[in-house]
Design a protein around this ligand. Structure first.
Ligand code: R5P
Length: 295
């Protein structure tokens, strides 16, 4: 295997305490108007952050807990989400086209929990993505996994096609099972995604997350992951934001929370208003108690 020492650079970067004023994309490459406009619908210019609601789980697991009735789950949450990440089937059948919500469409797939998950390819054509008026498309890559080669080329192919129409591409990073979810490989996967042309990247929070952010030349949104208690999920969000994330793309920790609508509001307050985990938990508990979460 090639030498990976370059991934161990220590950056000693101080924590970012304040929300950035205005949207300053990390990317140095000039962005064409349509691409920038679409990305601005997802990552809000006022704060430079996004709270994306991920509900694409069905593409590989069928019915997910909390998404048994997708429309029912979404109705109380959509008013608080900056963008929605659904499958095209979920979008067409369960989201009214009247909702003014930017869509980051899941556009890779081809396997299930019963198979080799990394065995994915593009699953939506750019024409259909345009037909659905998406703000961006999301493609998974599996670095260090059996189908690394295929998924990296699929990402590259989608970047070629989407760039032609000014559509941003979100690379969703996964790393091989044995590699763990540490900064070394998440950083490697995120950087590879950016080098292949991804407009922004979704990856997990980890110790040394600031290294992952700093070594990636495009914005990073934090992936949610398995449900954890609400106080921990809010802390995780805060940690990611203060270490440079451009927001979150969260599913189960929102829609499986005791009060999903209260949770998305609390996550959003951390992302956009810089609430501390303690303040956000208080907000969550108050909304929940008052029944204002909209549950
Ligand atoms: C991640 O690879 C997939 O896109 C998931 O279906 C989903 O987005 C994960 O969301 P969460 O882990 O926050 O439930």
């Amino acid at each position: 295997m090639a030498d990976l020492d370059g991934l161990d650079i220590k950056l000693n970067r101080p924590e970012k305490k304040k929300a950035p004023k205005g949207y300053e994309p990390k990317t140095k490459a000039p962005m064409e108007w349509g691409m920038k406009n679409r990305l601005s619908r997802v990552i809000k210019p006022a704060t430079g952050r996004t709270v994306m609601l991920a509900v694409d789980h069905g593409y590989f697991q069928g019915v997910a807990v909390g998404l048994e009735d997708l429309e029912d789950t979404l109705l109380p949450l959509l008013p608080y989400a900056d963008a929605l990440m659904p499958t095209r089937g979920g979008l067409r059948t369960c989201v009214s086209p009247d909702w003014d919500i930017p869509v980051v469409l899941r556009a890779s797939g081809g396997n299930s929990l019963l198979g080799e998950l990394s065995d994915e390819d593009l699953s939506v054509s750019i024409e259909d993505a345009i037909r659905l008026n998406v703000a961006a498309v999301a493609i998974s890559i599996y670095v260090g996994a059996p189908n690394q080669h295929k998924t990296l080329l699929a990402l590259s192919r989608m970047v070629d096609e989407a760039t032609r129409y000014g559509i941003p591409v979100l690379a969703v990073t996964a790393v091989g099972k044995d590699l763990g979810k540490g900064a070394k490989y998440l950083s490697m996967a995120s950087r590879i995604a950016a080098e292949l042309g991804a407009t922004f990247v979704k990856t997990y929070y980890c110790e040394g997350f600031e290294r992952v952010v700093d070594s990636c030349p495009v914005p990073i949104v934090m992936a949610g992951g398995k449900r954890i208690p609400e106080p921990e999920a809010l802390e995780l969000t805060h940690n990611a934001i203060t270490r440079g994330a451009a927001g979150v793309d969260m599913g189960r920790n929102i829609f499986q929370a005791d009060d999903p609508a209260a949770m998305i509001q609390a996550v959003s307050a951390v992302g956009h208003e810089g609430l501390s985990p303690k303040q956000a938990l208080k907000m969550y508990e108050e909304l929940k108690a008052a029944g204002k979460g909209g549950k």
